[in-house]
Design a protein around this ligand. Structure first.
Ligand code: R5P
Length: 292
Protein backbone atom coordinates (compact mmCIF):
# COMPACT_ATOMS: atom_id res chain seq x y z
CA UNK A 1 0.00 0.00 0.00
CA UNK A 2 1.28 3.47 -0.93
CA UNK A 3 0.51 6.86 0.56
CA UNK A 4 0.70 9.96 -1.64
CA UNK A 5 0.72 13.39 -0.02
CA UNK A 6 -0.80 16.15 -2.12
CA UNK A 7 0.80 19.60 -1.81
CA UNK A 8 -1.91 20.80 0.63
CA UNK A 9 -1.41 17.88 3.04
CA UNK A 10 2.16 16.62 2.71
CA UNK A 11 3.07 16.47 6.40
CA UNK A 12 -0.20 14.87 7.46
CA UNK A 13 0.08 12.30 4.67
CA UNK A 14 3.56 11.33 5.88
CA UNK A 15 2.17 10.93 9.40
CA UNK A 16 -0.60 8.71 8.01
CA UNK A 17 1.98 6.56 6.21
CA UNK A 18 3.86 6.13 9.51
CA UNK A 19 0.62 5.20 11.28
CA UNK A 20 0.05 2.58 8.58
CA UNK A 21 3.30 0.84 9.51
CA UNK A 22 5.64 3.01 7.42
CA UNK A 23 3.76 2.46 4.18
CA UNK A 24 5.76 3.69 1.14
CA UNK A 25 5.25 7.46 0.93
CA UNK A 26 5.63 9.82 -2.00
CA UNK A 27 4.90 13.37 -3.01
CA UNK A 28 3.97 14.36 -6.56
CA UNK A 29 5.78 16.78 -8.80
CA UNK A 30 3.55 19.79 -9.38
CA UNK A 31 4.06 22.78 -11.65
CA UNK A 32 2.16 25.20 -13.81
CA UNK A 33 2.44 25.35 -17.57
CA UNK A 34 3.25 28.77 -19.05
CA UNK A 35 -0.44 29.29 -19.76
CA UNK A 36 -1.23 28.80 -16.07
CA UNK A 37 -2.64 25.28 -16.31
CA UNK A 38 -1.67 22.79 -13.62
CA UNK A 39 0.58 19.78 -14.21
CA UNK A 40 1.06 16.91 -11.74
CA UNK A 41 3.12 13.72 -11.93
CA UNK A 42 3.36 10.90 -9.41
CA UNK A 43 6.40 8.70 -9.01
CA UNK A 44 5.72 5.91 -11.49
CA UNK A 45 3.65 2.76 -11.92
CA UNK A 46 1.33 1.56 -9.15
CA UNK A 47 0.16 -1.63 -10.89
CA UNK A 48 -2.17 -3.56 -8.58
CA UNK A 49 -1.35 -1.34 -5.58
CA UNK A 50 -3.73 0.08 -3.03
CA UNK A 51 -3.14 3.80 -2.75
CA UNK A 52 -4.09 6.37 -0.12
CA UNK A 53 -4.10 9.91 -1.54
CA UNK A 54 -4.24 12.74 1.02
CA UNK A 55 -5.16 16.29 0.02
CA UNK A 56 -7.25 18.96 1.75
CA UNK A 57 -9.30 21.12 -0.61
CA UNK A 58 -9.19 24.53 0.99
CA UNK A 59 -8.53 26.34 -2.30
CA UNK A 60 -9.68 25.79 -5.85
CA UNK A 61 -6.08 24.94 -6.72
CA UNK A 62 -6.03 22.23 -4.02
CA UNK A 63 -9.21 20.76 -5.48
CA UNK A 64 -7.92 20.71 -9.04
CA UNK A 65 -4.64 19.13 -7.90
CA UNK A 66 -6.62 16.43 -6.08
CA UNK A 67 -8.72 15.59 -9.15
CA UNK A 68 -5.63 15.42 -11.38
CA UNK A 69 -3.76 13.29 -8.83
CA UNK A 70 -6.68 10.87 -8.58
CA UNK A 71 -6.60 10.41 -12.33
CA UNK A 72 -2.82 9.97 -12.24
CA UNK A 73 -3.14 7.22 -9.61
CA UNK A 74 -5.73 5.40 -11.73
CA UNK A 75 -3.64 5.88 -14.85
CA UNK A 76 -0.67 4.35 -12.99
CA UNK A 77 -2.66 1.13 -12.60
CA UNK A 78 -3.61 1.29 -8.91
CA UNK A 79 -6.01 -1.42 -7.77
CA UNK A 80 -7.80 0.67 -5.17
CA UNK A 81 -7.75 4.36 -4.38
CA UNK A 82 -8.67 5.69 -0.96
CA UNK A 83 -8.97 9.48 -1.04
CA UNK A 84 -8.44 11.31 2.24
CA UNK A 85 -9.70 14.91 2.26
CA UNK A 86 -8.85 16.15 5.76
CA UNK A 87 -10.52 19.53 5.18
CA UNK A 88 -13.31 19.59 2.61
CA UNK A 89 -13.76 23.06 1.17
CA UNK A 90 -17.10 24.41 -0.06
CA UNK A 91 -18.78 22.36 2.68
CA UNK A 92 -20.65 25.37 4.08
CA UNK A 93 -22.83 25.56 0.96
CA UNK A 94 -24.50 22.30 1.94
CA UNK A 95 -27.90 23.38 0.58
CA UNK A 96 -29.33 25.76 -1.94
CA UNK A 97 -30.15 28.77 0.24
CA UNK A 98 -31.59 30.87 -2.62
CA UNK A 99 -33.09 29.87 -5.99
CA UNK A 100 -30.42 29.38 -8.61
CA UNK A 101 -27.65 28.31 -6.22
CA UNK A 102 -25.81 24.98 -6.38
CA UNK A 103 -25.35 22.62 -3.46
CA UNK A 104 -21.61 23.14 -3.70
CA UNK A 105 -20.72 20.49 -1.09
CA UNK A 106 -22.63 17.85 -3.07
CA UNK A 107 -21.03 18.88 -6.34
CA UNK A 108 -17.56 18.61 -4.82
CA UNK A 109 -18.03 15.22 -3.21
CA UNK A 110 -19.39 13.76 -6.44
CA UNK A 111 -16.33 14.92 -8.36
CA UNK A 112 -13.89 13.83 -5.64
CA UNK A 113 -15.41 10.37 -5.24
CA UNK A 114 -15.66 9.57 -8.95
CA UNK A 115 -12.17 8.02 -9.14
CA UNK A 116 -12.14 6.78 -5.52
CA UNK A 117 -13.10 3.48 -3.94
CA UNK A 118 -13.74 5.24 -0.64
CA UNK A 119 -13.32 8.71 0.81
CA UNK A 120 -12.25 9.68 4.32
CA UNK A 121 -12.73 13.20 5.64
CA UNK A 122 -12.60 14.98 9.00
CA UNK A 123 -15.24 17.04 10.84
CA UNK A 124 -17.47 18.00 7.94
CA UNK A 125 -19.31 21.30 8.32
CA UNK A 126 -22.58 19.39 8.22
CA UNK A 127 -23.39 15.71 8.57
CA UNK A 128 -25.78 15.93 5.62
CA UNK A 129 -22.73 16.16 3.35
CA UNK A 130 -21.64 12.63 4.31
CA UNK A 131 -24.97 11.38 2.99
CA UNK A 132 -24.26 13.01 -0.40
CA UNK A 133 -21.48 10.51 -1.18
CA UNK A 134 -22.47 7.60 -3.42
CA UNK A 135 -19.30 5.63 -2.62
CA UNK A 136 -18.30 4.52 0.91
CA UNK A 137 -17.41 7.66 2.87
CA UNK A 138 -16.15 7.98 6.43
CA UNK A 139 -15.80 10.95 8.75
CA UNK A 140 -13.10 11.15 11.41
CA UNK A 141 -13.29 13.79 14.09
CA UNK A 142 -10.63 16.06 15.52
CA UNK A 143 -11.85 15.43 19.07
CA UNK A 144 -9.50 12.54 19.96
CA UNK A 145 -6.48 14.42 18.54
CA UNK A 146 -7.25 17.53 20.58
CA UNK A 147 -8.05 15.39 23.62
CA UNK A 148 -4.61 13.74 23.40
CA UNK A 149 -3.11 17.24 23.58
CA UNK A 150 -5.38 18.61 26.32
CA UNK A 151 -4.83 15.57 28.55
CA UNK A 152 -1.31 16.88 29.20
CA UNK A 153 -2.54 20.36 30.14
CA UNK A 154 -4.68 21.95 32.88
CA UNK A 155 -8.35 22.20 31.88
CA UNK A 156 -11.10 23.33 34.27
CA UNK A 157 -13.92 24.08 31.84
CA UNK A 158 -14.67 23.38 28.18
CA UNK A 159 -16.58 26.01 26.23
CA UNK A 160 -18.44 25.74 22.95
CA UNK A 161 -18.84 29.17 21.36
CA UNK A 162 -22.30 28.22 20.07
CA UNK A 163 -25.12 25.78 20.66
CA UNK A 164 -24.27 24.04 17.38
CA UNK A 165 -21.03 22.83 18.96
CA UNK A 166 -22.67 21.33 22.02
CA UNK A 167 -22.26 17.70 20.99
CA UNK A 168 -18.57 18.29 20.28
CA UNK A 169 -17.91 19.88 23.66
CA UNK A 170 -19.98 17.20 25.41
CA UNK A 171 -17.87 14.49 23.80
CA UNK A 172 -14.68 16.23 24.87
CA UNK A 173 -16.12 16.68 28.35
CA UNK A 174 -16.76 12.92 28.56
CA UNK A 175 -13.20 12.11 27.43
CA UNK A 176 -11.48 14.58 29.78
CA UNK A 177 -14.02 14.35 32.59
CA UNK A 178 -14.38 18.11 32.79
CA UNK A 179 -17.53 20.31 32.87
CA UNK A 180 -18.68 22.26 29.81
CA UNK A 181 -20.85 25.20 28.80
CA UNK A 182 -22.07 26.56 25.48
CA UNK A 183 -22.46 30.24 24.64
CA UNK A 184 -25.47 31.57 22.77
CA UNK A 185 -24.11 33.01 19.54
CA UNK A 186 -25.67 35.59 17.26
CA UNK A 187 -23.73 36.37 14.09
CA UNK A 188 -23.67 40.10 13.29
CA UNK A 189 -21.67 39.85 10.07
CA UNK A 190 -18.99 37.57 8.62
CA UNK A 191 -16.35 38.80 11.11
CA UNK A 192 -18.38 39.72 14.20
CA UNK A 193 -20.57 37.79 16.62
CA UNK A 194 -22.41 38.46 19.86
CA UNK A 195 -22.06 35.84 22.58
CA UNK A 196 -23.90 35.42 25.86
CA UNK A 197 -23.15 33.10 28.76
CA UNK A 198 -25.67 30.39 29.69
CA UNK A 199 -27.70 31.11 32.82
CA UNK A 200 -25.94 28.34 34.77
CA UNK A 201 -22.18 27.83 34.88
CA UNK A 202 -20.97 24.66 36.66
CA UNK A 203 -17.82 26.19 38.24
CA UNK A 204 -16.64 29.59 39.49
CA UNK A 205 -14.65 31.00 36.55
CA UNK A 206 -12.16 33.20 38.38
CA UNK A 207 -8.58 31.99 37.93
CA UNK A 208 -9.64 28.88 35.98
CA UNK A 209 -8.12 27.33 32.82
CA UNK A 210 -10.71 27.49 30.06
CA UNK A 211 -10.61 25.76 26.67
CA UNK A 212 -12.80 27.10 23.85
CA UNK A 213 -13.45 24.29 21.40
CA UNK A 214 -14.69 24.86 17.83
CA UNK A 215 -14.78 22.85 14.63
CA UNK A 216 -13.32 25.62 12.49
CA UNK A 217 -11.65 28.98 13.03
CA UNK A 218 -12.05 31.20 9.98
CA UNK A 219 -11.96 34.96 10.60
CA UNK A 220 -11.34 34.38 14.32
CA UNK A 221 -14.31 36.62 15.20
CA UNK A 222 -15.99 33.88 17.26
CA UNK A 223 -12.92 32.89 19.29
CA UNK A 224 -11.84 36.50 19.92
CA UNK A 225 -15.27 37.41 21.27
CA UNK A 226 -15.46 34.23 23.39
CA UNK A 227 -12.01 34.91 24.88
CA UNK A 228 -12.95 38.52 25.66
CA UNK A 229 -16.14 37.41 27.42
CA UNK A 230 -14.18 34.91 29.53
CA UNK A 231 -11.51 37.47 30.48
CA UNK A 232 -14.29 39.82 31.67
CA UNK A 233 -15.02 37.09 34.25
CA UNK A 234 -11.33 37.06 35.34
CA UNK A 235 -10.48 33.54 34.19
CA UNK A 236 -6.86 32.44 34.67
CA UNK A 237 -6.05 31.22 31.14
CA UNK A 238 -7.85 30.81 27.82
CA UNK A 239 -6.90 28.22 25.22
CA UNK A 240 -8.52 28.11 21.76
CA UNK A 241 -8.70 24.71 20.07
CA UNK A 242 -10.21 23.70 16.74
CA UNK A 243 -10.10 20.94 14.16
CA UNK A 244 -9.71 23.12 11.06
CA UNK A 245 -7.59 26.25 11.45
CA UNK A 246 -8.12 28.44 8.40
CA UNK A 247 -6.99 31.63 10.18
CA UNK A 248 -7.90 34.09 7.44
CA UNK A 249 -5.90 37.33 7.18
CA UNK A 250 -4.63 38.31 10.66
CA UNK A 251 -6.95 35.91 12.54
CA UNK A 252 -4.09 33.99 14.17
CA UNK A 253 -2.45 37.15 15.55
CA UNK A 254 -5.79 38.54 16.80
CA UNK A 255 -6.55 35.28 18.59
CA UNK A 256 -3.02 35.07 20.05
CA UNK A 257 -3.54 38.57 21.50
CA UNK A 258 -6.48 37.42 23.65
CA UNK A 259 -5.56 33.78 24.42
CA UNK A 260 -2.70 31.91 26.05
CA UNK A 261 -2.47 29.09 23.49
CA UNK A 262 -4.02 28.28 20.12
CA UNK A 263 -4.24 24.66 18.98
CA UNK A 264 -5.53 23.15 15.78
CA UNK A 265 -5.22 19.73 14.22
CA UNK A 266 -3.15 19.18 11.09
CA UNK A 267 -6.06 19.00 8.62
CA UNK A 268 -4.76 22.35 7.35
CA UNK A 269 -1.23 23.70 7.48
CA UNK A 270 -1.09 26.62 9.92
CA UNK A 271 1.01 27.94 12.84
CA UNK A 272 -1.29 26.30 15.43
CA UNK A 273 -1.27 22.68 14.17
CA UNK A 274 -0.20 20.80 17.28
CA UNK A 275 -2.59 17.83 17.27
CA UNK A 276 -2.46 15.20 14.53
CA UNK A 277 -5.50 13.41 13.15
CA UNK A 278 -3.18 10.87 11.45
CA UNK A 279 -3.92 8.07 13.98
CA UNK A 280 -7.66 8.59 13.56
CA UNK A 281 -7.47 8.60 9.74
CA UNK A 282 -5.25 5.51 9.78
CA UNK A 283 -7.72 3.75 12.08
CA UNK A 284 -10.56 4.37 9.61
CA UNK A 285 -8.41 3.24 6.67
CA UNK A 286 -7.52 0.02 8.51
CA UNK A 287 -10.96 -0.65 9.93
CA UNK A 288 -13.37 0.49 7.22
CA UNK A 289 -11.51 0.66 3.93
CA UNK A 290 -10.94 -3.04 3.45
CA UNK A 291 -8.76 -4.72 2.38
CA UNK A 292 -5.61 -2.71 3.14
C1 R5P B 1 -19.86 28.11 13.23
O1 R5P B 1 -20.89 27.49 13.12
C2 R5P B 1 -18.56 27.42 13.38
O2 R5P B 1 -18.65 26.38 14.32
C3 R5P B 1 -17.46 28.38 13.78
O3 R5P B 1 -17.75 28.90 15.07
C4 R5P B 1 -17.33 29.52 12.83
O4 R5P B 1 -17.32 29.08 11.51
C5 R5P B 1 -16.05 30.28 13.11
O5 R5P B 1 -15.94 31.33 12.21
P1 R5P B 1 -15.13 32.64 12.57
O6 R5P B 1 -13.75 32.22 12.99
O7 R5P B 1 -15.13 33.41 11.29
O8 R5P B 1 -15.86 33.35 13.67
Amino acid sequence: MHVIGGPASTALAERVSRELGNAPFGIPFVKRFPDGELYVRIGGRLEGEDVVLVQSTRTDEDLLQLLLLEDAVREAGARRLYVVVPYLGYARQDRSFFPGEPVSARSLVHHIESDADAVVTVDLHSTTTLAEFRKPAFEATGIPAIARLLRERPVDLLVSPDKGGMERVKRMSAILDRPWIAFDKKRIDSEHVELSFPSEIPIALEGKHIVILDDVITTGGTIVEAAKQLHRRNVGAVVAACTHGLFLKDAFERIKAVTDEVYSTDTLMNPAEKASVAPDIAQILRRDCVPL
